[in-house]
Design a protein around this ligand. Structure first.
Ligand code: CU
Length: 481
C-alpha cells in the first residue's frame, strides 16, 4: 500500500479486512500479480501511483474494492488510464460511420439523407431496410455541449418523412413531428433543422413515422461535455439494438408484423457484429440504445460488474449509480454503463431474451422442413424442390419444443472468412462464432502486448492463440503460476 495513506483510506482498508476478504487474491492492492512479468508492468506501476487513492481496488485483478459506500467499491469511481481534464474520448459505434460536418459561420453543419438501404445483416444476407446516408442505423452525429448545429435533411425515400431529435430540449419548430410541429418533407425535398445544444448524453435521431422507425430509421446523436466526465473513460462504445421481421425466403423487412425473426446490433446480427476491443485495466463506457419496434432487451455482460451511469435523460448523479451485470433497456431508452476492464479475455455481451439470442425463432415452415436440405442447397435447386415433410418424423423433431440444432443454419466458408477476417476478431477461438448469434457481440479485454498484436501488428495470429494466451498462459489474472 502507498505510504501516504490517509485516515479515510486506512479506515476503508480496515473495514475491508473486518468484513473478511474472501480470498487473499481478491484485490488488496493495485500492484500487479508478482507472477505477471510482461511488458506492461512499467505502465501499470505508473497507473498505480496515479490511483493510490483507490488502494483496495485493483484494475488488473479480481477486486471488490472497499465497502459499498466507498468510491472504489466495484471500481465505481476508479479512473481510466486517461488523464482527467481532457476533452471526451471519441465515441465508437462498431460497424457504423460518423456523419461528417463542416463549420459554417460558427455552426456545425451536417447533411443527412433519408434513404432506402441494403444492409448486410449477416455475410451475404443483404436486407432491404430504410436508414440514413445508405446506412442502417444511420451514421452517428457526434457533437459537444455548447455547439450550435444545423442538420440539412434530404428526403430520398419514396414517401414523405420527418426527422425527430430524441431527447433534445430544442425550439418546438425543430422537433420533427409531422403535423404537430412541421409539414412532411416530401420526396426530393429538404428541410433545415438548427439549434443550440445545452445537454450532454446519449441521444438519437429517428424518423417520426412509426412504420419508417420499424424499417430502421435511427442513428446515434452523442453530445459530449466540453471536458470529459470524471472519472475519465478510455473507451466510449455505443450499440443500437433492433428487431425486424423478414419473412422466410424474403429480404425485405415487414414492418406490419409484431413478431421478430432477425435481430441486429448496429445493423449486424451476431456473429457478424464486430467485437469491441479494449485494453486490460481501462475504464470503458458502453451506451445501449433499444430501437426495436416493440421489445425490451435485458443486456447482460459477462465477467465484470458495471455501474449504470446514465440514461437517455443524461448523466446519473454518482450517488444514484447502480451496480449491475444485466440492464433492462426498453424501447427508445438508453442505458450508459461503465466498468473497469480488470478481467482479460473474450467476454460475451448479449440480450438475455432467448428469442433474441438467435435469428429465425419462427414456426417450422419453409425450406427448413423440406427434407434434409440446408437453405443454400434448397435455393440452389429450386426446380427440384423436395416435398414438404409435414409429418415431422425426422430425428430433428424428436425433441419437445424447439431444438437448438436446425437445418439451414450452417455458414459458408466465405461467410466465415468475412466474420473471422476482421482485425477485431484475430486470435479468438476457432469456433467462437457458434456461440454468438442474434443480439450478441463480444467485448475483448486484452493485456497491452496482446492488444498491440491484435489491433496494430500485421503478424499472423492463429485461431485461439490470443484466447489461449490469456486462459492458460501468463496473462491470466487467476493463475497462480
Ligand atoms: Cu432482446
Amino acid at each position: 500500500m502507498n505510504n501516504n495513506v490517509t485516515r479515510r483510506q486506512a479506515l476503508l482498508a480496515g473495514a475491508a479486512v473486518a468484513a473478511g476478504s474472501l480470498s487473499p487474491r481478491l484485490g488488496n492492492s493495485e500492484s500487479p500479480n508478482q507472477s505477471q512479468s510482461h511488458e506492461n508492468s512499467v505502465d501499470r506501476n505508473k497507473a498505480i501511483t496515479a490511483n493510490s487513492k483507490f488502494s483496495n481496488y485493483s484494475r488488473y485483478r479480481p477486486s471488490f474494492g472497499g465497502p459499498p459506500d466507498s468510491d472504489e467499491y466495484l471500481g465505481k469511481l476508479v479512473p481510466g488510464l486517461r488523464k482527467s481534464g481532457l476533452e471526451a474520448v471519441p465515441f465508437e459505434a462498431p460497424d457504423l460511420d460518423k456523419l461528417p460536418w463542416k463549420m459554417v459561420n460558427g455552426v456545425k453543419e451536417f447533411e443527412l439523407r433519408c434513404t432506402p438501404v441494403k444492409r448486410e445483416f449477416l455475410p451475404g444476407k443483404y436486407m432491404n431496410v430504410w436508414g440514413f446516408n445508405n446506412s442502417m442505423p444511420g451514421p452517428t452525429i457526434e457533437v459537444v455541449q455548447g455547439d450550435r448545429i444545423r442538420i440539412i435533411v434530404h428526403n430520398e425515400l419514396p414517401e414523405p418523412t420527418s426527422v425527430h431529435w430524441h431527447g433534445l430540449e430544442l425550439p418546438v419548430e425543430f422537433d420533427g413531428v409531422p403535423g404537430v410541429t412541421q409539414h412532411m418533407i416530401h420526396p426530393g425535398k429538404s428541410k433545415v433543422y438548427e439549434y443550440d445544444l445545452h445537454q450532454t448524453g446519449t441521444f438519437f435521431y429517428h424518423s417520426h413515422l412509426p412504420m419508417q422507425e420499424a424499417f430502421g430509421m435511427v442513428g446515434f446523436l452523442i453530445i459530449h461535455p466540453r471536458v470529459a466526465f470524471d472519472p475519465p473513460v478510455d473507451r466510449d462504445f455505443g450499440l443500437i439494438f433492433q428487431n425486424f421481421f423478414i419473412p422466410p425466403n424474403s429480404d425485405t423487412a415487414d414492418s406490419m408484423r409484431m413478431d421478430w425473426n432477425w435481430h441486429t446490433i448496429n445493423g449486424r446480427s451476431g456473429p457478424y457484429t464486430t467485437p469491441m476491443v479494449c485494453k486490460h485495466g481501462e475504464r470503458v463506457r458502453v451506451r445501449l440504445l433499444d430501437f426495436s419496434p416493440m421489445q425490451h432487451h435485458p443486456i447482460h455482460f459477462h465477467g465484470h460488474t458495471f455501474w449504470l451511469t446514465g440514461t437517455e435523460g443524461g448523466r446519473i448523479p454518482t450517488s444514484a449509480w447502480i451496480p449491475r451485470n444485466t440492464t433492462l433497456t426498453a424501447v427508445a431508452m438508453a442505458q450508459d454503463f461503465e466498468f473497469i476492464a480488470f478481467n482479460p479475455g473474450d467476454w460475451i455481451f448479449h440480450c438475455h431474451m432467448v428469442h433474441h439470442m438467435m435469428n429465425h425463432m419462427v414456426p417450422q415452415v419453409g425450406p427448413r422442413i423440406r427434407g434434409e436440405q440446408t437453405i443454400d442447397e434448397y435455393l440452389n435447386s429450386l426446380p427440384n424442390r423436395p416435398a414438404v415433410d409435414s409429418k415431422l418424423e425426422k430425428p430433428l423433431f424428436n425433441v419437445p419444443g424447439y431444438p437448438q440444432k436446425m437445418q439451414g443454419m450452417s455458414m459458408s466458408q466465405d461467410a466465415l472468412s468475412k466474420i473471422n477476417g476482421k482485425r477485431e476478431a484475430r486470435g479468438m477461438r476457432d469456433k467462437w462464432h457458434m456461440g454468438v448469434k442474434g443480439l450478441m457481440t463480444v467485448i475483448r479485454v486484452l493485456p497491452e502486448e496482446l492488444y498491440h498484436r491484435v489491433m496494430h501488428s500485421d503478424e499472423k495470429i492463429a485461431p485461439g492463440e490470443i484466447f489461449e494466451a490469456i486462459a492458460k498462459g501468463k496473462y491470466s489474472t487467476y493463475s497462480s503460476s
